[in-house]
Each structure stands twice: as structure tokens, then as C-alpha cells.
Design a protein around this ligand. Structure first.
Ligand code: HEM
Length: 230
């Protein structure tokens, strides 16, 4: 226990926590996106596939709650230790920006902090929208022919508002930016980034960020352009 606390109090320990929790969160975003993309199932099977997927997830009961708690713990630790590291970096730099090179070095950190804060507001809105159903309380009354909560109906109704779709797409662009930079930094933290691997890891991070942007944005775009409808 003492060793764990000492690890979390060291700079490298904090970096490892930020990197591992970041990886877990990216894992969630990938799985969540693949699950949601079932809404685009060909031949009009979107409602059936998405609703049955959501029902299976809810049927997991205590296991779902365990996963939710794990996700929340990763999220809190990721935000908290990123903040701590940023504060430490700031304190270690008494004459900030005395040299132009330092400004350059601070831009990615600033991008990560600003994009992280924007993502935090997206997640709060997203939970209020689809999970707590506070934005449109009528979602609570949506049920499909098999008497399951009609997640398909909820998503199509939600993204039929162009401003909600635009907010999601812009948030996905921010997510893509955050993940592209964060993912390549993870390898630096784990010490597997070298001169040979660096360009490959950077390209891989951009591709991952772009695929996440594309996959997630396809859903509001498909609704806006009536590719999927009620
Ligand atoms: C267009 C993209 C997205 C769509 C259509 C979407 C859709 C949904 C829906 C329908 C739910 C509620 C599921 C249910 O209660 O059965 C949900 C929950 C959630 N979403 Fe998303 N989502 C998207 C993107 C994201 C992103 C990018 C993140 C994270 C950065 C995210 C994080 C979450 C979380 C944390 C939950 C709560 C999960 C739970 O209650 O177990 N979503 N999403």
C-alpha cells in the first residue's frame, strides 16, 4: 500500500497513472463507438441491433456497475493526475517563457488541458442527454415493439436537432485531437518511444484519432442527412 502511495507521489508514477488510465478510456471510446455504429446496420436493422445491444449491456446488472465504477475511477484519476503534473511543471518553471523554445514546449500541454476541459463538458452534456435523459425527458417514454428502451429512437431524435449534432461533431474533433497527442505520449511514458518508432507511433496516433472522429461523427451525420430515420 505504502509502495503504491509512493509510486502515485512520484512524477514518473503520476505519468504512468495518466498513461494507463488514458489507454483504458481510449479502450472504452473504441468499444462504445463500435457498439453505437450498429445503428448503421444495413437493410434497416439498426433499431434491432442497437436496442438489443443496449439491452444486453443493461442485463449485465452488477457487472455493468462495476465497469461504470472502473470507468469513473479511470476518468477521475486521469483528470486529477494530469492537473497535478501540469501544476508541478508550472512550479518547476519559475521564469516561464523567458526563452522562445519554452513557448513551443508548452503548446501541446495547453492543447491537452484545453481539449481535456472541453471533453469534460461534452461528457457532462452527453450523460445528461442520453443516460440521465435530462435534456429531453420524453426519451424515458421511448420503447420499441419488443418493449425494450428504444435507444435508436432516442439517438435519431437527439441528432435531428442540427445544433446538437454540430456540438457532437465539434466535440469529436476535440476528442480526436486529444487522443492523437495523448496516445503518442503514452509510449514516451512507457519508454518504448525511440527515434525509429517515433514517426510510426505519431502516424498511428493520428490514424486512431481520425478513425474515432470519423466513426463517431458518422452517426449524427447519418441522421442529419436522413440516411437513418424513424
Ligand atoms: C456520436 C457518438 C456517440 C453516441 C451516438 C453515443 C451514444 C450513447 C448512448 C445512446 C448512451 C446511453 C446508453 C444507454 O443508456 O443504453 C451513451 C452513454 C455513454 N456514453 Fe456515449 N455516445 C457517443 C459518443 C461518446 C463519447 C465520445 C464518449 C466518451 C468520450 C461517450 C461516453 C459515454 C458514457 C460514459 C456513457 C454512459 C455509459 C453508461 O451509462 O454505462 N460517448 N452514449
Amino acid at each position: 500500500m505504502k509502495t503504491l502511495a509512493a509510486f502515485a507521489n512520484s512524477s514518473i508514477g503520476r505519468k504512468w497513472i495518466v498513461a494507463t488510465t488514458g489507454l483504458a478510456l481510449v479502450g472504452f471510446v473504441i468499444v462504445h463507438m463500435l457498439g453505437n455504429l450498429q445503428i448503421l446496420w444495413p437493410g434497416g436493422g439498426g433499431r434491432e441491433h442497437l436496442n438489443s445491444y443496449a439491452e444486453h449491456l443493461h442485463d449485465l446488472g452488477p457487472l455493468l456497475w462495476l465497469a461504470r465504477l472502473g470507468l469513473l475511477a479511470c476518468f477521475v484519476a486521469h483528470v486529477y493526475y494530469t492537473y497535478k503534473l501540469a501544476m508541478e511543471n508550472r512550479a518547476a518553471r519559475p521564469q516561464r517563457y523567458a526563452h522562445p523554445k519554452r513557448i513551443v514546449a508548452s503548446i501541446p500541454v495547453l492543447t491537452m488541458l484545453v481539449s481535456g476541459l472541453l471533453l469534460l463538458s461534452f461528457i457532462i452534456f452527453h450523460l445528461a442527454h442520453f443516460t440521465w435523459k435530462l435534456v429531453k425527458p420524453e426519451y424515458q417514454t421511448y420503447y420499441d415493439a419488443a418493449s425494450r428502451p428504444d435507444v435508436y429512437h432516442m439517438v435519431v431524435t437527439g441528432f435531428s436537432s442540427w445544433y446538437i449534432s454540430v456540438f457532437y461533431i465539434v466535440s469529436m474533433a476535440v476528442l480526436c485531437l486529444h487522443i492523437s497527442h495523448g496516445f503518442s505520449s503514452v509510449f514516451q511514458t512507457f519508454g518504448v518511444r525511440n527515434k525509429l518508432l517515433a514517426p510510426l507511433l505519431d502516424k498511428g496516433s493520428y490514424v486512431l484519432g481520425f478513425l474515432l472522429f470519423l466513426g463517431n461523427s458518422l452517426i449524427p451525420l447519418a441522421v442529419l442527412f436522413h440516411f437513418i430515420k424513424l
